[in-house]
Design a protein around this ligand. Sequence first.
Ligand SMILES: *Cc1c(COP(=O)(O)O)cnc(C)c1O
Length: 389
Amino acid sequence: MTDRILMSQAQVSEVEERYVLDALRSGWVAPLGPHVDAFEREVAERVGVDHALALSSGTAALHLALLHLGARPGTKVVLSSMTFAATANAVVYTGAEPVFVDGVADDGNVDPELMLTAVRTLQAEGETVVAAIPVDLFGRAVDYSVLEPGLADLGVPLLEDAAEALGAHVGGRAAGSFGTAAALSFNGNKIMTTSGGGMLLSNDAELVDHARKLSTQSREPVPWYEHTEVGYNYRLSNVLAALGRGQLERLDGMIERRRAIRDRYVDALGDLRVRFPGRDAAGRADDGDNCWLTTMVVDQTVVEERRSGLETTPADKIVDTMSAADIEVRHLWKPMHLQPVFAHCRAFTTGVSEDLFRRGVTLPSGPALTDDQIDRVIDHLTRVLTTAE
Ligand SMILES: *Cc1c(COP(=O)(O)O)cnc(C)c1O
């Protein structure tokens, strides 16, 4: 173990040990079993949707939902540009073309009006848009009040990428409950983990049944191996589902700890040259946020004093300085329309997500961090934010 302070380390306890041991002792060490079924029921209930399908990753959940919605060569999928590459990769797996949409200045979540404009523009050009994927970034749900009815009017299914947002809510509804279907991730660094895993959520039984079949190599329900479409090996192991049930039991406590960590950062740094997304004009927090990662947007002035000729952004400066102090701070997701692999794709941009990428960082936020560790992070950040270069 090192002394390095990490951004989002998983935390497991005796609760998880008990569940995993039960799975092992039961003999259900396959990608099916009672813990898989129970995990699906419990997450569906928590989010308030009818059906859930436990999968080997969040990427798999996005992939299968897109296949069901008709994504294939010749179709388009509109999605948030500021996101983890998995969202765009899942689109490309199907042969559909991703079309990226910029975010709003506060938190980088997709700009709802711009997303609707992108869909309208593509439809007017005669393109088939099979889905729109807004991403709930860093644990903050998108504002769906305009987007959900707007996409419904345009006849485009909304696929919510809630990989980072389990436990978050907006407008009285849980992240993962919006639109036609939603994807969750239980990767090692997410708000809760199965070490690796994901889930597809929907109120549409047909969608989830089809995805279930696709996830088990598309076996037809006959006594021999019969296949009428190409399938995938995407189911979640019963052992990992047991781990997930333990994590789910402790989810609220882990969110509470992440929220307390965010509040410490805001209290200590809020008056310096930074802003924390998701706060109203009076500085009050939006408590629909699950606080997966505390994000911080740094003023441009933090690098203004630097000698000319050195191309560096405020985010670079924070990440580099903190790294030298053995503290892991990361850039926000680099927008997909700026990624070499997606440079040829169409994008509806405003410059907002590019600016956020230059100035935004995520801070150590894991529930296992001690108060002393947070103080160390705050000390170093205060120094960078108050000293001129
Ligand atoms: C983590 C993540 C995913 C992918 O989840 P995996 O379980 O790692 O496949 C998809 N979208 C976003 C926004 C994510 O952060």
